[in-house]
Write a protein that binds this ligand. Structure first.
Ligand SMILES: Nc1ncnc2c1ncn2[C@@H]1O[C@H](COP(=O)(O)OP(=O)(O)OP(=O)(O)O)[C@@H](O)[C@H]1O
Length: 577
């Protein structure tokens, strides 16, 4: 599974191969130099000798200087390796984050129906950071530790094979313990990332609907739910961290046992003349060098588990199939006349629960067609299908006689302008928001669009005018003003088909009248697809479709439908009587 993970990470790591190789060389040099220190220290001890006056001080000083030199050089190389890896970690996490965000922009809209925003944010930010930590520090330390362990192992064997036998008796115990604990720890870290994703997702959702929470007075219930999720996250953190911290002390315990055994047998060997004092000193130092990294590596491996779990979550996101690509030879529409036709369309978000059933309708080019009907009838779903957010289970939708799939997806969407009920604003200034999707629009064009959407006088009255900064949710503007801004966006775009989904639901009757007049201007040369609950908005439509249970129940002009005395009449009377 790990090998699989490294292969999946390959495309991010491969470009860093030169830096990784440089860091590995520096780390190896640093490790080798550090390995010299115990040997030189042993020689220094040997030079001190055992009897009074036996010390060869010049040699002792020489060895001390050599040991110091090796230690300093080792530290410098280690710094060089760390600096290189910090850069690698940053570059990889930058690319990974960019790829993850790009992937989010390419995922089918359906994916967001089942994956909460907070969890995705957690993957793009927190999980990528965890991967960065592993690359910047953990891998270097594990590599250096491995080198130290192997080098010390060789030195121990060279110094005393017999004493090495005693020492290595305890090593399998450490390794076995580490392996067992790793097996136990990995799923815990995976759960830890999942629970954190769920907590983030909940927090994100609740922060964004604080107004509703206050209005409904559900703060206490919310706090309770947050506490439950927080508890679950803390619990998994606690379990994972506890399991991983238990690893260090248990390996440490075994290491101390081995040190005691080496000291006792080493002393016996020295007394029996089988080992010099210098060699015994070096042996003890190497045995420490051997055991230290085993303990550190055990701890680092648990950090690495967290990084592996995080990397898996980011890679899982990257592995999601993107929105279907364009068909070969798909047309890039430069201009559409805007004739829309739905033919026997069946669609359900879940195929078992159809929303549209055998839906057929023709919207002639340049006409204004309105869709009305009860809540949940499937009006917005029609818009989502037109925008190719979803694909019908059967039937076809054509524009200018060509099925939607025969157009490039982006090209098609560029020919459509849409105004939704919630206005769809993002961070930036008001001018930038109006010009969203129309880069290069001049200030004069932006103001003309705002005038056409009847919002120019309001915008001019703001202290910073069109340069007023908006937060992403458009706080500071009323819902109606947000809708008018989105309408201005439509005026600015040169789209051939305009879709208004409850676009005037939050404006006062006077503004609605103005918008109706504006719509008359907007529809010139364009096809307008209007969805509305307020029937005043649809009176001037060329045709009104009354949707009920995913089918057209009635259709005609406003007057024809009133005269027919059907559902439309009932809805009209309910609103105007
Ligand atoms: N993303 C989705 N995933 C699953 N079901 C959905 C999704 N969006 C809408 N639905 C369901 O599809 C049905 C039609 O929804 P739609 O939003 O098209 O209705 P509508 O006529 O526009 O309603 P309203 O007038 O309230 O805006 C509803 O039953 C709704 O619950």
């Amino acid at each position: 599974m790990k090998r699989h993970l490294f292969r999946r990470m390959g495309r991010f790591l491969r470009p860093q191969a030169p830096s990784l190789a440089g860091a590995a060389a520096l780390a190896a040099l640093s490790g080798l130099l550090a390995l010299l220190v115990p040997l030189v220290a042993g020689w220094a001890v040997e030079a001190i000798g055992t009897g009074p006056g036996a010390a060869d001080l010049t040699a002792v000083l020489r060895y001390c200087a050599a040991g110091l030199g090796a230690a300093v050089l080792s530290a410098v190389c280690s710094y060089g390796a760390s600096a290189a890896l910090v850069r690698v970690g940053q570059t990889v996490s930058y690319t990974l984050r960019k790829a993850a965000f790009q992937q989010i922009t390419q995922l089918p809209v359906r994916y967001f129906d089942t994956h909460p925003a907070g969890d995705l944010i957690s993957r793009v930010c927190y999980d990528v950071d965890t991967v960065n930590a592993a690359l910047s520090t953990d891998l270097l330390q594990i590599g250096t530790s491995l080198l130290t362990v192997i080098g010390s192992f060789v030195m121990l064997l060279m110094l005393s094979p017999l004493l090495s036998g005693v020492f290595f008796l305890t090593v399998p115990l450490s390794v076995l313990l580490t392996r067992l604990q790793m097996k136990h720890i990995h799923p815990l870290f995976r759960r830890r990332s999942q629970e954190l994703g769920a907590l983030n997702s909940f927090a994100e959702e609740r922060v964004s609907c604080q107004r509703a929470i206050r209005v409904y007075g559900v703060e206490a219930a919310d706090l309770r739910q947050f506490a439950e999720k927080n508890d679950a996250a803390s619990e998994t953190y606690y379990k994972a961290d506890c399991a991983s911290t238990a690893l260090g002390p248990s390996v440490n315990f075994i290491n101390n046992l081995s040190l005691a055994a080496v000291s006792v047998f080493g002393a016996l060997l020295y007394l029996g003349g089988g080992l010099s004092l210098g060699a015994l000193s070096s042996f003890v130092l190497y045995s420490r060098k051997f055991s230290g990294p085993i303990r550190e590596t055990a701890e680092l491996l648990s950090d690495l588990q967290a990084s592996v779990a995080a990397a898996e979550r980011v890679l899982d996101l990257l592995d999601q199939p993107a929105e279907d690509g364009d068909l070969p030879g798909a047309r890039e529409p430069c201009k559409l006349s805007g004739a829309i036709s739905f033919r026997h369309v069946d669609f359900g978000y879940d195929p078992a629960h159809p929303v549209l059933r055998d839906f057929s309708a023709d919207i002639p080019a340049g006409s204004m067609v309105a869709v009305v009907g009860p809540t949940g009838a499937g009006k917005t779903t029609l818009v989502s299908l037109l925008l190719r957010f979803y694909t019908p289970q059967s039937g076809t939708i054509t524009i200018d006689g060509l099925p939607l799939q025969q157009y490039t997806r982006d090209g098609l969407r560029r020919r459509l302008a849409i105004v939704l009920q919630d206005g769809w604003l993002c961070g930036g200034t008001i001018a930038e928001n109006i010009a969203y999707g129309v880069p290069g629009a001049t200030r004069a064009q932006i103001e003309a669009a705002a005038k056409a959407a009847c919002i120019h006088s309001f915008l001019s009255s703001l202290p910073d005018g069109y340069d007023t900064a908006l937060t992403d949710s458009g706080a500071g503007l009323s819902k109606g003003q947000r809708q008018l801004l989105a309408l201005a966006r439509c005026f600015l775009s040169n789209a051939d088909i305009v879709i208004l989904d409850e676009a005037t639901s939050d404006v006062d009757p006077e503004t609605e009248e103005q918008i109706s007049a504006a719509l008359e201007r907007l529809r010139r040369g364009r096809t307008c697809f209007l969805i509305a609950h307020r029937l005043a908005t649809v009176r001037t439509a060329d045709r009104i479709l009354v949707l009920q249970d995913g089918r057209i129940a009635e259709q005609g002009t406003h007057q024809q439908l009133l005269d027919a005395g059907g559902i439309y009449r009932v809805l009209y009377d309910a609103q105007f009587s």
